[in-house]
Design a binder for this molecule. Structure first.
Ligand SMILES: [Zn+2]
Length: 106
């Protein structure tokens, strides 16, 4: 899996950014995929100062979630309609996500 094969489906539902890390709502019935900037607005949090792997210091320690509701979007199929939780995801999928840029600018 790479960002190119997911390119058709793995994009921010608000601003259409692709080729970047995305976060998703935990309830996939009302799935929203959000890039970092849109995720911060969605959760009404200040810009998150994250490292290149998408991790940052949260209220309860190191995390790659944004706010209370958004978790890393780790696709479990080509259609990007099903997702792994962080703990259930294959290492390759986590590595793929961590290597995506945080924002279009890096
Ligand atoms: Zn966006």
């Amino acid at each position: 899996m790479n960002s190119r094969t997911q390119g058709g489906h793995y994009f921010c539902h608000i601003c259409d950014n692709f080729g970047v890390k995305l976060w998703r709502t935990r309830n996939t019935d009302k799935l929203q995929l959000l890039c970092k900037g849109c995720a911060e607005k969605y959760e009404n949090v200040d810009p998150v100062n994250m490292n290149s792997k998408g991790a940052h210091k949260g209220e309860f320690g190191k995390t790659n979630r944004i706010g209370d509701r958004l978790v890393p979007a780790l696709p479990a199929n080509e259609e990007v309609s099903e997702f792994y939780s962080w703990d259930s995801a294959p290492k390759a999928t986590k590595n793929w996500w961590e290597k995506l840029r945080n924002t279009p600018k890096g």
